[in-house]
Design a protein around this ligand. Structure first.
Ligand SMILES: *Cc1c(COP(=O)(O)O)cnc(C)c1O
Length: 488
């Protein structure tokens, strides 16, 4: 199965695309036949999670036969919930809970599988090198990737996070990570600095790390994207099982968005025949995607805000590049121009035709910090259902989107699924404040308070962190990232 770069027509195998992470021309690997190859969406809907995952991965990355046969056991061993990603109804909305994995964030769904994909790719490509994973994180990818890759033979992993841009709980999760092949490094900068540094490290280090092949655990890696397609299908199945819909009925999905990876997986599901109505892209006050979807102008020249939903504090959403590829009719010249303009001027504009293609599928919603907190309070008060700050941005965006629809609009009757991307216990101080309780400086104490106030148990992985020692102390400037990777 051939993949190609978003910026040129150079093709590589799916195993190579996963191994390399990012194309040598700086583009992202995409499946040029995504739209033209047919997939029997209806037939996979009755399957349990693991088998659904097998069918979907077999369609998108058929080269990974060994990993494919293990998906059922991978999910069963890491996601204790029998549905893996259960849907819970609260009020008028359905919440797709993606946080029942080892680090309590949705990144676990893909990062539980990516190490298997990478090690299989090493074998299939006949490589003797160590695969060195470089990862920039806005908080959740880092820990999920460390959990996935620690002590996996033939790999090593380095995670860069913004020193002051992650929650205390996220920081503790990363800095206490054990494993002989892991490095964790704080960066004096924001997530965009980390992500740019990592992207630049690939071409800069190409031939200067003998015996090593660089790859990425960020959603620029297509191996990160593909496992995320599965839960859109699984959410749809659960709505069918509950009797809410029949096959063919459109379902809207609201996605708290940062790097555009999670929502792009929804676009893939749609292109594979899942009856998706609208994909609603939810932003916090870093609303660059909101403006893009509304106007067709992507402009990152604006202040970077630190918010209570730090995993969405991103101004350069890498995976949008993949969407541009598809909505432009796979025009690599156009994508290259946009990306050139983005790096030179910080902005680009798409044509009215492309914008309308995007708006046919995507809608945008954004919310202020106050609206995010009010959303947590309202969902708790009205439904006794606890959501985290990122999910709350989704909820607030969903409310705004729906309030803009006329009751006569077909879309008004669509079930609306909000992707619940993290456990509230990853951000206990914010969630406590939102529901009107006091928070302390100690996040573990906050987690216990939140639990005793709400009766919701603290996830084990979070409770057990408290007594773990800090093992990583490195702190660098963004300009030092490449020499840090080289070990200088
Ligand atoms: C990463 C993350 C997001 C954003 O997902 P993208 O794929 O980067 O758009 C939203 N919420 C949480 C909790 C996350 O960890």
């Amino acid at each position: 199965m051939l993949y190609q770069s978003t910026r040129s027509n150079r093709s590589v195998s799916d195993t190579h695309a996963v191994l390399e992470g990012i194309a040598p021309d700086g583009g992202l690997y995409v499946d040029p036949s995504l739209v033209s190859r047919s997939f029997d969406a209806e037939s996979v809907l009755s399957l349990p999670y693991g088998e659904k995952a097998s069918a979907i991965l077999n369609h998108l990355i058929p080269g990974f036969t060994e990993t494919n046969s293990r998906l059922g056991s991978i999910y069963a061993s890491r996601f204790p919930h029998s549905e893996v990603t259960p849907v819970t109804k609260a009020g008028d909305y359905y919440f797709l809970e993606l946080y029942h994995g080892p680090t309590s964030a949705f990144k676990d769904v893909a990062l539980s599988v990516l190490p298997y994909l990478i090690t299989e790719a090493i074998r299939k490509e006949g490589l003797n090198d160590t695969v060195s994973i470089l990862t920039a994180t806005s908080g959740d990818t880092g820990k999920a990737a460390l959990e996935g890759f620690h002590d996996i033979d033939g790999t090593e992993i380095t995670v860069f996070f913004p020193d002051e841009g992650v929650s205390a709980m996220q920081k503790k999760q990363m800095l206490s990570q054990e494993g002989k092949n892991v490095r964790v490094c704080a960066v004096r900068g924001n997530f965009d600095d980390c992500q740019r540094g990592v992207k630049e490290a690939f071409p800069a280090l190409k031939n200067s790390l003998p015996g090593k092949q660089l790859s990425s655990a960020n959603s620029i890696n297509v191996g990160r994207l593909v496992p995320q397609v599965v839960y859109y299908f699984h959410a749809y199945s659960q709505l069918m099982q509950s009797g809410r819909i029949r096959f063919g009925d459109p379902v809207d999905f609201v996605v708290p968005t940062g790097n555009f990876g999670d929502i792009l997986a929804g676009y893939y599901a749609l292109k594979m025949g899942l009856p998706v109505g609208r994909l609603i892209c939810a932003s916090n006050t870093n609303d660059v995607l909101f403006d893009f979807i509304e106007t067709g102008v992507y402009n990152k020249n604006r202040p970077f805000n630190k918010t209570a939903s730090p995993s969405m504090d991103i101004l350069v959403s890498s995976n949008l590049e993949r969407l541009l590829f598809y909505v432009s009719g796979q025009d690599t010249g156009f994508v290259s121009e946009c990306m050139k303009s983005l790096s030179e001027t910080g902005s680009y504009r798409v044509s009215p035709e492309i914008l309308s293609e995007i708006q046919n599928i995507f809608a945008a919603g954004k919310c202020s910090e106050e609206e995010c907190f009010r959303a947590i309070a309202r969902v708790w008060k009205e439904n006794s259902y606890l959501i985290d700050t990122h999910t709350a941005v989704g909820y607030a965006a969903a409310e705004k989107y729906r309030s803009g629809l006329a009751e006569t609009d077909d879309a008004f009757s669509h079930p609306c699924v909000i992707l619940s991307t993290a456990s509230p216990f990853k951000f206990p101080a914010s969630v406590l404040k939102a529901i009107g309780a006091e928070a302390t400086d100690d996040d573990f104490e906050n987690a216990r308070r939140l639990s005793s106030l709400t009766g919701v148990p603290v996830p084990k992985n979070i409770a057990s962190l408290e007594s773990k020692p800090i093992l990583h102390k490195d702190l660098i400037d963004p300009s030092e990232l490449i020499s840090y990777v080289k070990g200088e």
